[in-house]
Design a protein around this ligand. Structure first.
Ligand SMILES: [Zn+2]
Length: 261
């Protein structure tokens, strides 16, 4: 009886050991084959604009002679990118904190752009479209930090197609907003382009002076991939004229900065 008990205990012990070893084996195999997914869960990436490459690239040329309206920093038409950067110490002098739906962080914009953004989101709400901002004005330093975080996540090549270096972003002008809604999971990605909220923006943003700054298939002109979330304030007069000329015409095409050849 005693022997049988001992045998049973030994048998149980061996079963336990085999069980635990199999569990470890399964676990290590799971980790091995799902490493990326696990790492992503443990260290979720910062909300990352994901863009597909623009298929069509036409040939054209840029002009360097810009009208005064586009080079004056205080103008609502100021043109900013890598070829036309802003100095590190530049900040607009009428920056105002805007009371507007957002992902939490305070949204700061130039006064006129902020007022119009408020009107726009109010009108959207009246049409049952819930939109909120994830970003407005960004300082040179914040832009540098953002760019560095993208580079460390995605490498230089992908990062530079998605986000600008310090001084090269329109967010430093206080005239640009990043906008999204819940159905795209509050992430800045191309899924937003499939939402009713994006459709509403496409049909109405220009009435409030905002234009889609980086439309689809225009990377060869704007320098950046499709960003359905990024809108730029250019004033209602200009936005309406642009919309009338061609829906989603780029800033560069409208002002003759880029000419197709
Ligand atoms: Zn943006």
């Amino acid at each position: 009886m005693e022997n049988r008990k001992k045998q049973l205990t030994r048998y149980q012990l061996v079963t336990w050991i085999i069980g635990i070893l199999s569990l470890f084996l399964c676990l290590s195999l799971y980790v091995r084959f799902n490493k990326d997914a696990i790492l992503e869960k443990l260290y979720p990436p910062v909300p990352e604009p994901v863009s597909t490459p623009d298929a069509e690239e036409k040939k054209g040329r840029w002009t360097n002679e810009l009208p005064d309206d586009l080079t004056s920093r205080s103008s609502i038409l100021v043109y900013v990118n890598e070829a036309h950067p802003l100095p590190a110490d530049y900040a607009p002098d009428d920056l105002t904190e805007i009371n507007i739906p957002s992902t939490g962080a305070a949204i700061v914009l130039r006064e006129e752009a902020g007022k119009k953004a408020q009107e726009m989101l109010k009108a959207a709400k009246e049409d049952d479209i819930d939109l909120y901002l994830t970003a407005g004005y960004r300082s040179y330093k914040n832009q540098e930090e953002l760019y560095a975080s993208y580079v460390s996540l995605l490498g230089e090549a992908r990062a530079s197609a998605l986000v600008e270096k310090g001084g090269c972003s329109e967010h430093q002008t206080g005239l640009s907003i990043d906008i999204t809604n819940d159905s795209s999971g509050a992430q800045l990605n191309e899924e937003f382009a499939e939402t009713d909220a994006y459709k509403w923006m496409s049909e109405n943003a220009y009435k409030y002076g905002y234009i889609l700054r980086f439309p689809k298939g225009k990377k060869h002109i704007t320098g950046l991939s499709f960003q359905p979330w990024h809108y730029r304030y250019v004033g209602t007069k200009t936005a309406k004229k642009m919309h009338k000329k061609e829906k989603n015409i780029t800033f560069e095409e409208y002002f003759g900065i880029y000419v197709e050849e």
